[in-house]
Write a protein that binds this ligand. Structure first.
Ligand code: UD1
Length: 338
């Protein structure tokens, strides 16, 4: 299929390009490099051994986006482009609503100009908010607790309303749990611009000597070792879920939502131990206060995706840590290392 990928230079986007290419799809990338690097696309080009069509366009720029749509005429869009930092979203709510909501509206309107009516959307398990029960299934009520989560939940609603008004349209909402890891080559990976908010990139930067020590946010949760438990999913597994999702969108109309996780949680300290083993480095850490807004556990019930998308996570904790280390040790300063 002809697949337009917004945010294709980002962490999950770049890994997805590789899986799309491997499955024989034609790709066109739109990215404004707000939180990504052109070098990621150079490396994807090297890895797949073929050029990747790319346009530096902000999805809120309708005229520019319409030109790309008219020339490429996508059969499906995978929409990654968006802002994703929870803490920043509380400080800059209007920016988050603009990029994540206005951006999605602009994209849908632009798709309509060429009759493209299939879209796969990057959503997040953060839409569930605090668990009423675990593991989270797709019927769990949604009650996001931060601005970023609100934008994801609202965008899901907009897309759902769009399919209700367009019976031929197809929307697949993917609710990601905690993406980690990197391409096994270590050539692409997660490259946070500032101090990492998320656990894995922080641990990796401690291992490589860029940060002194990890703060473990709380060891008094109701979990086996007291630290937070998350459903970490390898980014290449997550990338493959998008390939399955575009196939599903091609064969179905309406909106469908899927959890994308492994179903197996690991604690913060289990991650630290596994990363120390994979890297051969000590990971210095201290126990710190809980981070406001954090929950004790988050685990997916991925059975719906397993059944309907024919997809399941294949990579374990060892591959998550080894690939992250291959990326971080080979690129201590991320894409700027090159
Ligand atoms: C966070 C976001 C979530 C987003 C997801 C993926 C918050 C509250 N939630 O999820 O909305 O969808 O990232 O980008 O930010 N931890 C430490 N020390 C650190 C960093 C994290 O102990 O320096 C712990 C956290 O307390 C948590 C676990 O590691 O228990 C995972 O944290 P993180 O990687 O930030 O992911 P989430 O909080 O699950």
């Amino acid at each position: 299929m002809r697949v337009l990928v917004t945010g294709g230079a980002g962490y999950i986007g770049s890994h997805t390009l590789i899986e799309l290419h491997a499955s024989g799809h034609d790709i066109c990338v739109v990215d404004n490099f707000d939180n990504s690097s052109p070098e990621a696309l150079n490396r994807v080009t090297d890895l797949i051994g073929a050029p990747v069509e790319f346009h530096q366009v902000d999805i809120r720029d309708r005229a520019a986006l319409d030109r790309v749509m008219a020339a490429f005429r996508p059969e499906v869009v995978i929409h990654f482009a968006g802002l994703k930092a929870v803490g920043e979203s509380a400080k800059l709510p209007l920016r988050y609503y603009d990029v994540n909501i206005s951006g999605t509206l602009s994209l849908l309107e632009s798709m309509q100009t060429v009759g493209c009516n299939r879209i796969v959307f990057s959503s997040s398990a953060t839409v569930y908010g605090a668990p009423h029960y675990l593991p989270f299934d797709e019927n769990h009520p949604c009650a996001p607790t931060n601005v970023y989560g609100h934008t994801k939940h609202m965008a899901e609603q907009i897309l759902t309303d769009w399919t209700a008004a367009n019976p031929a349209a197809s929307v697949v909402l993917l609710r990601y749990f905690n993406p980690v890891g990197a391409h096994p080559s270590g050539r692409i990976g997660e490259d946070p611009r500032d101090v990492p908010n998320n656990l894995m990139p922080f641990v990796a930067q401690v291992a490589v000597g860029r940060r002194e020590k990890l703060s473990v946010f709380g060891d008094d949760y109701d979990t086996p070792d007291g630290t937070g438990v998350r459903d970490f999913i390898h980014v290449t597994d997550l990338a493959r879920a998008h390939v399955s999702a575009i196939g599903y969108a091609a064969g179905h109309s309406g909106t469908e939502v899927f959890n994308i996780g492994t179903g197996r949680g690991y604690s913060v300290l289990e991650m630290v131990t596994a990363f120390a083993r994979a890297s051969g480095r000590d990971i210095a850490y201290e126990i710190a206060a809980r981070r406001p807004g954090d929950i004790a556990r988050s685990e997916a019930d991925p059975s719906k995706a397993n059944a309907l998308l024919g997809w399941q996570a294949e990579q374990g904790l060892e591959e998550m840590c080894a690939s992250t280390w291959a990326w971080q040790s080979g690129n201590p300063q991320g894409f700027e290392s090159s």
